[in-house]
Design a protein around this ligand. Sequence first.
Ligand SMILES: Nc1ncnc2c1ncn2[C@@H]1O[C@H](COP(=O)(O)OP(=O)(O)OP(=O)(O)O)[C@@H](O)[C@H]1O
Ligand SMILES: [Mg+2]
Length: 348
Amino acid sequence: MVNDLASQFNTQVPHATFLAAGQLDGLEPLLRSLDLLRSGESIVRTEKPGEGNMNFVLRVVTTQQSFILKQSRPWVEKYPQIAAPVERLAAEAAYYRFTSQHPVFKNWSPALLANNAEHLVMIIEDLGAGSDLTSIYQSNHTMPTRDIRDLFAYLAELHRCSLDADPAEFPTNQELKQLNHAHIFDLPFRSDNGFDLDSVQAGLSALAHPIIDDSAFQAQLRELGEVYLGTGPVLIHGDFYPGSWLQTAKGIQIIDPEFAYLGHAEFDLGVMIGHLLMAQTPMTEIQRGLEGYLQAGRLDHALVSGFAGAEILRRLIGLAQLPLQLSLEEKRELIAVARDMMRTPLVL
Ligand SMILES: Nc1ncnc2c1ncn2[C@@H]1O[C@H](COP(=O)(O)OP(=O)(O)OP(=O)(O)O)[C@@H](O)[C@H]1O
Ligand SMILES: [Mg+2]
């Protein structure tokens, strides 16, 4: 199966060794070729470290250490018939190279240990057992104020430290951006997208119609999409939502920056704020977090609000659904909040 896919896509990566869980013959030679195993060190076991869709991710436990291997093949791991751009691995590695160079991120993100473009493999520090924070959408879960403040502080540092970054060090990630753009700014808002929203929740498709029919909204969406597709002055994570926030023994860690590129800080902030609102975080907490961010940088508030609103709407009525526990009425209210935010920027 993996070999068939490899031959189907191998024009992009002619020499790559594609790994498969349970078939690990190629793993040890690969790790040795990357100088990751010391003499006398051997692999004890491998395991899946957590849930993911896009990539092949493996925890490798050796006689002396453990680390996380991520292989980003030219397809989506969970849906192998869907092609995916391999540049995403270079984008992710460049991000971790950047955070590994700045001490402020030491306790925030795994260190980059190796990166090999030929085999589309990246090795990063193992943060230990953890679970992502998608649990915050559950109705009995509230995000501690301190964590919210820290997440804003992380973005403030990321955007501040990268302001003078050399563009040559960061891949444009343009193909992945195009794919993401379609799922954020385009497909969810087409009347012919074929999504059966009522099978997600009875009555949901009726909530989508007024949004789709609003031409002013559609025009704003096109503008936001153009900003997303363009470039900007700072390194952005590009997918700063609870699935990229890992709760570990040493606190929250930020992982999975495969959507990173030099873009607009407002995108990271808007996406985060959108998800905090979907997790029913009070607006006052979000505003306090933003105030903390603003001590370090300046923002286009209309852009932050626009991206936050678009993220809420696409998650509620698009394909990339979240494990939300909201009633139809709560979704209706959230849609109204999102649309208000897009019309009138968040005020502090
Ligand atoms: N450095 C790490 N240390 C410990 N666990 C990790 C580490 N990196 C990833 N994981 C675990 O593996 C899971 C999958 O990793 P990751 O999110 O990077 O993969 P992905 O395929 O890009 O996911 P997605 O499809 O959500 O984009 C994470 O949710 C986390 O549980
Ligand atoms: Mg990912």
